[in-house]
Design a protein around this ligand. Structure first.
Ligand code: BMA
Length: 317
């Protein structure tokens, strides 16, 4: 048995005992479910941009704040970003799964999210400085495409985005793509960088980016979800890969095993069983800890911690 399989057993991520840390019952207004939040830290405060599914099945975003990132959440009494189908028809069936990136050059947060259009889910971008008002940049990838995040800076003058189109050519399989843009609005030079594997693999059917990439000395660390189809539905698990620091088109390493999967009852059973799905993680550089926030079973929000060093060791050793 190789080393990597052994490390998987050692558990890289540790679930918080308070899981689920947020669910529909704690929401200030009536909702169906809360899950797949974007996550950032500002002045020591954790801010989650939470995907909230209302009682029609349509999603919007609401902010939840906490000093310790685990408990005493202050949930804003109203949605902070609602779908706006009158001016943005691509948001007719909701907005989902935000990934947030601080862009130093623009002194702004940029949010890549899924807009659920009549033609299927697509990638939209929005900009905010205060998480109160949001400026939409509009749809940047046609459907079907989701699971997008920006890198925090330009590479040779161009922005880079990871995303996951689905094509009929691959019989509904989905791979992670990378595209370039001079202005964040017009994207091109599209290429596949990470493919779903085949057959019995845990990430055989579809893969998609989880949270935005984290810059490390070894490369850009990415967490991605892999979907395995079974007789009783899909299983969503998470795996790791490293992309080259200067040229993220190059995959430096990819783990073979998943590093986090549905095990606890709140991950096994919910609106969509057997799903762990992450759109946000926060790296605390003081103690090298990563707090990974994730949706469990498309129903509630949980958190698990890992040491960045352990994740890199797993990939590199
Ligand atoms: C994916 C996304 C996620 C969701 C997951 C499991 O395609 O739509 O929002 O959590 O499916 O249902």
């Amino acid at each position: 048995m190789d080393k990597e399989l052994f490390i998987k057993k050692a558990n890289l991520f540790h679930r918080n005992p308070a899981n689920p840390i947020l669910d529909a019952s704690t929401w200030p207004y009536k909702v169906n479910s809360v899950f797949n939040p974007g996550a950032i830290e500002v002045n020591g405060e954790t801010i989650l941009l939470v995907r909230v599914e209302d009682l029609r099945g349509i999603s919007h975003f609401t902010i939840a704040r906490s000093k310790n990132g685990i408990s005493d959440w202050e949930i804003e009494p109203h949605p902070v970003m609602m779908p706006e189908p009158e001016t943005h028809p691509e948001e007719i069936w909701g907005i989902e799964d935000p990934r947030i990136m601080w862009i130093e050059e623009k002194q702004s947060w940029f949010i890549a999210y899924t807009a659920y259009s009549r033609g299927g889910p697509l990638v939209s971008l929005a900009e905010t400085k205060d998480f109160k008002t949001f400026k939409r940049l509009g749809p940047v990838m046609p459907p079907e495409d989701k699971d997008a995040a920006l890198f925090p800076r330009r590479f040779n003058g161009r922005w880079i985005m990871l995303h996951r189109p689905v094509t009929t050519y691959f019989q509904g399989r989905g791979h992670i793509w990378l595209s370039f843009s001079p202005d964040m609005k017009h994207w091109g030079d599209h290429q596949i960088i990470l493919e779903a594997r085949d057959g019995a693999w845990w990430d055989a059917h579809k893969i998609g980016l989880g949270p935005p990439p984290i810059e490390t000395s070894e490369g850009w660390l990415i967490l991605y979800h892999g979907v395995r189809q079974t007789a009783s539905g899909s299983i969503y698990r998470l795996g790791l890969a490293l992309l080259d620091l200067n040229d993220p088109r190059k995959v430096v390493k990819r783990g073979d095993t998943w590093v986090f999967g549905p095990e606890e009852p709140y991950e096994r059973v919910g609106d969509v069983d057997n799903v762990v799905f992450s759109c946000g993680w926060i790296h605390d550089r003081n103690d090298d800890t990563i707090r990974m926030y994730y949706g469990a079973a498309d129903t509630c929000i949980c958190m698990a911690e890992a040491k960045l060093k352990d994740l890199l060791d797993y990939l590199l050793k």
